[in-house]
Design a protein around this ligand. Structure first.
Ligand SMILES: [Zn+2]
Length: 397
């Protein structure tokens, strides 16, 4: 009778070890998880393969140079009943502790709100710690029906600057959510003329515009077996912009480009590396628009899976790339953004080491797609610029 494969393996492995070898073998294999049965396929969500590579693992507890985290969300504007209110996600003390441990000199809280809410955000974060926290303002979209909205929004920006805001944040709301009647009607385009005065004012007031346009390309495709972000989109079906009246990723990118072209005195930071799956396209944009910068927030998963292309990109645009994480305190929904020591250490490892094939987020399953990343080992002179100098110049520090 032929030996079953398992019995045969057992014979080979235990040969020469006698009874002890047999015991060890049986103990190890008795731990085989119960869900591995030939009649029950392993669910994708339960699959957590561990890499068997023997490669260097570098722990980078602090960035080699002090850094500015250009993209964080320490507060949000929330809707409570009929009122908009500021929701602070942490206390400054809680955040400062991690900042000091991880060498984060300054944090930019992009979602600072507008009007009286902005003033409240500044009082909570910026006023008590002027050298550590910077707050940006956001457009007051609910006022878009005002006849003189264009002027109103430009004046709001002036008032925000007086109140202490250092820049303007545009969420992907513009292009993907904001509609003519705020929540109903046709989508308002990114290059809608009603925002022209605001873009101009940002330039005149020397307030950089941090602009999030579009989303990963996979979010615009069907959530099917070919979609590389299938699990992420399955967990968050509302993140899909496939179908309905949504524009394409390319249309959104081009609308932003027209805005940058029309307002050459205004500096735009295209967040999330603008279109991180397509660095040749981002390079073209950077070549075409000298007023364009990018940050790397929540995109080391993308940059780190194309390490050779990324390394060249950092080399060429070393004066226009900003360190940023998209950190959100207690943000359980998005593991790649949860503020804390671990998040910063992964970013530092990506930028500073040449480690291979490691997780881009503190999570047991890679949350943005099932792949791992490679460090790009930037030289000190580029690290200094990306960590600190580029952002300091934009923010006038
Ligand atoms: Zn963000």
């Amino acid at each position: 009778m032929a030996l079953r494969r398992r019995d045969w393996l057992k014979t080979v492995v235990t040969a020469g070890f006698g009874a002890l070898g047999t015991q060890v073998f049986d103990r190890v294999h008795a731990q085989t998880p119960s869900n591995v049965k030939s009649d029950q396929p392993l669910a994708l969500k339960d699959y957590e393969p561990k890499s068997m590579l023997h490669v260097p693992e570098t722990h980078v507890p602090r960035s080699r140079f002090p850094n500015i985290d250009f993209h964080t969300h320490l507060s949000w504007v929330d809707r409570k009943g009929q009122r908009d209110v500021v929701n602070h996600l942490a206390t400054p003390a809680e955040i400062l502790k991690v900042m000091d441990a991880k060498n984060v000199r300054v944090m930019v809280n992009l979602t600072g709100g507008y009007g009286p809410l902005l003033e409240e955000t500044i009082r909570h974060w910026q006023q008590p710690h002027r050298d550590r926290f910077i707050v940006f303002t956001e457009p007051w979209y609910a006022k878009i029906k005002l006849a003189n909205y264009s002027r109103f929004q430009a004046e709001q920006l002036e008032a925000a600057k007086k109140a202490g805001a250092r820049g303007l944040k545009i969420l992907k709301t513009l292009g993907l959510y904001l509609r003519e009647n705020v929540t109903t009607g046709p989508l308002v385009k990114i290059d809608d003329k009603r925002f022209d005065e605001m873009w101009e004012a940002a330039g005149a007031l020397d307030m950089p515009v941090a602009i999030h346009v579009s989303d990963p390309e996979a979010f615009f495709l069907p959530t099917d077996r070919f979609n590389e972000r299938f699990e992420e989109l399955s967990a968050h079906p509302d993140w899909s912009f496939h179908g309905k009246d949504y524009p394409t990723n390319a249309e959104l990118q081009e609308a932003r480009n027209r805005v940058m072209q029309r307002h050459p005195r205004t500096k735009f930071v295209a967040l999330h590396t603008a279109n991180s799956e397509n660095l040749p396209y981002v390079s073209e944009c950077l070549d075409r628009y000298p007023n364009m910068y990018v940050d790397i927030a929540a995109r080391i998963g993308e940059l780190g899976r194309q390490p050779r292309m990324s390394r060249k990109f950092f080399d060429k645009y070393q004066d226009r790339i900003l360190f940023a994480t998209d950190a959100t305190p207690h943000g359980v929904e998005t593991p790649q953004q949860i503020f804390g020591n671990e998040l910063y250490e992964i970013y530092y490892r990506f930028l500073e080491t040449e480690d291979e094939y490691f997780d881009y987020a503190p999570a047991s399953i890679p949350p943005q797609g099932r792949w791992r990343i490679y460090g790009i080992g930037l030289p000190e002179q580029i690290l200094k610029k990306v960590y600190y100098e580029n952002a300091a110049r934009l923010l006038g520090l």
